[in-house]
Design a protein around this ligand. Structure first.
Ligand SMILES: C[S@@+](CC[C@H](N)C(=O)[O-])C[C@H]1O[C@@H](n2cnc3c(N)ncnc32)[C@H](O)[C@@H]1O
Length: 236
């Protein structure tokens, strides 16, 4: 696992807005036919707001289980939470799930580990259970970037492509979907997100590189940023 520590991904960004959470959960409901008896596991759950909201909306009988290496103080209390590296967790076959969600987390795991992880996750799925893996769109990505950020992002996206290819080879019957969310955000707010290194590609950059990037963003974007946050979804 990369030693990346992502703390500000869903810290008051569009990714934690009720609008985003609702449309993401609409997508989940449409594609998995979730009902109130579903047992759900979220790997790399962050603050757990997505499944917390889903749990209230569907009145889930069982609290979803979220796993993350970081335990945020403002984590959603409607989910059960385990602070652990998923790669260190021995997944007991006795605890089975109807839906396993891996949203924007698989790129932080080594390819060789991804294979092992998926094989062990398939074993803890109920008969009609599904695994949903979301990654950033690898071809028509619209995330606003500065030069160095784009370079790093493209590197990460080509890794994602490899991961998706590996998953397709392992599970040729997988289904592919896209989740698209229209983002409207002020340049000021987006710059704050860059300052707080909201995305993993920004974590290793120096303060100087971040500041240079912010200057580039200031010059090359209008006061309102409008773009589509597009995700690939693989259903196993
Ligand atoms: C980009 S965030 C995505 C958060 C959330 N799934 C979402 O989409 O809003 C990735 C999350 O995965 C967690 N993570 C990374 N590697 C992990 C691992 N090996 N085991 C558990 N969690 C991990 C990070 O701490 C972070 O919260």
């Amino acid at each position: 696992m990369a030693s990346t520590v992502i703390k500000n991904w869903d810290n008051k960004t569009w990714l934690s807005s009720q609008n985003y959470i609702n449309s993401f959960n609409n997508f989940l409901i449409k594609n998995t036919k979730i009902n109130s008896n579903f047992k759900i596991l979220d790997i790399g759950c962050g603050r757990g707001k997505i499944l917390g909201s889903l749990s209230s909306r569907l009145n889930l009988k069982y609290k979803p289980l979220g796993i993350d290496i970081i335990n945020h103080k403002d984590r959603d209390k409607r989910i059960n939470f385990k602070r652990v590296n998923i790669l260190d967790l021995s997944l007991r076959k006795s605890q089975k799930f109807d839906l396993i969600l891996i949203k924007q987390t698989i790129h932080l795991i080594k390819l060789s580990e991804v294979k092992k992880l998926l094989k062990s996750l398939v074993k803890i799925l109920n008969t009609k259970g599904k695994i949903l893996i979301f990654t950033l769109d690898t071809t028509n990505n619209e995330i606003p970037t500065f030069k160095l950020m784009k370079f790093k992002l493209n590197k990460s996206l080509s890794r994602d492509k490899k991961i998706l290819k590996t998953i397709t080879n392992l599970y040729p019957r997988r289904i592919k979907k896209k989740f698209i969310f229209k983002v409207k955000i002020s340049k000021k707010k987006y710059i704050e997100m860059i300052e707080s290194r909201y995305i993993s590609t920004l974590i290793p950059l120096s303060k100087k590189q971040i500041n240079q990037g912010i200057q580039e963003i200031k010059l090359s974007y209008k006061n309102q940023l409008k773009f589509k946050d597009k995700l690939n979804c693989i259903i196993l």
